[in-house]
Design a protein around this ligand. Structure first.
Ligand code: FMN
Length: 319
């Protein structure tokens, strides 16, 4: 699978996830076999204002390459300027445009999946971004349409291809659906049939076998995994084994998961500093610490802890 000149050694991609896919999480997924990782979505407005918090969200390490930085916004000019700045300052391998975010705070301003309601704006943003970073491939991640009466797949494929997009990721739900119902994998197949662009299938891959099912049902070129990786970065090593025809390693026992969680937390402390890390890790506790007797008590103790020492001593006491 190639995106522009970037050759992926496996068709396995970590989804962009706001508040989740920072460096520490991407590192763990990359170690386990994710062939391409994405930042969480980053505001184009924040980038051009050089907001320190926004720029921190873009930072990455060489180990993570190839990496895509995802940006969102409602103005072609601002999006183009932001893409150029990201390229000049950070030199990622891919710029990805977010046409999928269903969150009203974002779509009310005309960004994210709001572009699915205004395909001329989508054309303008896409062209402007592609022209601003001729050095690297620009990709798009999108939903199927604003609502079930306005599905834009597969008709947007040609427009995106002629604008110079190098791959499309489709999460085949509508904005109105948010996360309800099922991802309609038939739409991935229809998109694949309608274009020569590489298509990345996304949505509702819950276990490694689902990857094989998605390939078979849609003929997509790669798969993108989101929620199945939460508290579960070794999903990628299981998927990698399956795709390479090797026996799938078992999910690690709870004690190993807790050691992993400690490692994740330590990376977060190094990357974000203690204050932010102790906040950000709390959601990960919910994903790692489950499925054994007393898990909910441990989680409760962890999320009410105020500092890293208490959190680490709770984790160490059960590991
Ligand atoms: C916590 C969370 C944050 C997300 N943030 C983003 C984001 O920043 N950009 C984006 O394109 N999609 C985002 N998504 C959507 C995922 O990338 C993905 O499309 C969706 O979860 C469906 O895939 P899955 O069924 O494998 O989870 C987010 C999803 C979750 C659960």
């Amino acid at each position: 699978m190639k995106i522009g000149k970037i050759d992926l050694n496996l068709p396995l991609i970590l989804a962009p996830m706001a508040g989740v896919t920072d460096y520490p999480f991407r590192l763990l997924c990359k170690e386990q076999g994710a062939a391409l990782v994405f930042s969480e979505f980053v505001s184009a407005d924040g980038i051009i204002r050089e907001n320190a918090k926004t720029l921190k969200m873009i930072k990455f390490t060489e180990f993570e390459r190839p990496i895509g930085i995802q940006i969102f916004g409602d103005s072609p000019e601002v999006m183009a300027q932001a893409a150029k700045m990201v390229y000049n300052k950070f030199s990622p391998d891919i710029i990805d445009i977010n046409y999928g975010c269903p969150v009203p705070k974002i779509t009310k301003k005309g960004a994210g999946s709001a572009a699915l309601k205004d395909l001329c704006l989508m054309d303008d943003i896409t062209l402007a971004v592609v022209e601003s970073v001729p050095e690297i491939p620009v990709t798009v991640k999108m939903r199927a349409g604003w609502d079930s009466s306005n599905i834009v797949i597969p008709k947007v494929a040609n427009r995106l291809e002629s604008a110079g997009i190098k791959a499309i990721t489709l999460h085949p739900r509508t904005t109105k659906q948010s996360y309800s119902g099922k991802a309609d994998w038939n739409l991935i197949r229809r998109l694949k049939e309608a274009t020569n662009l590489p298509i990345i299938g996304n949505g509702d891959i819950k276990n490694p076998e689902d990857i094989l099912r998605m390939f078979e049902k849609t003929n997509c070129d790669a798969v993108m995994i989101g929620r199945a990786s939460l508290g579960n970065p070794w999903f990628f090593s299981q998927a990698k084994a399956l795709l390479s025809g090797r026996p799938v390693p078992p999910t690690p026992p709870h004690l190993d998961k807790i050691s992993y969680c400690i490692r994740h937390f330590n990376h977060m402390i190094d990357w974000h500093g203690e204050k932010r890390a102790t906040d950000l890790i709390k959601k990960h506790f919910g994903w790692y610490i489950k499925g054994f007797d007393g898990a909910s008590k441990v989680r409760q103790a962890l999320v009410t802890s105020r500092n890293k020492e208490t959190m680490l001593s709770i984790l160490n006491s059960i590991s």
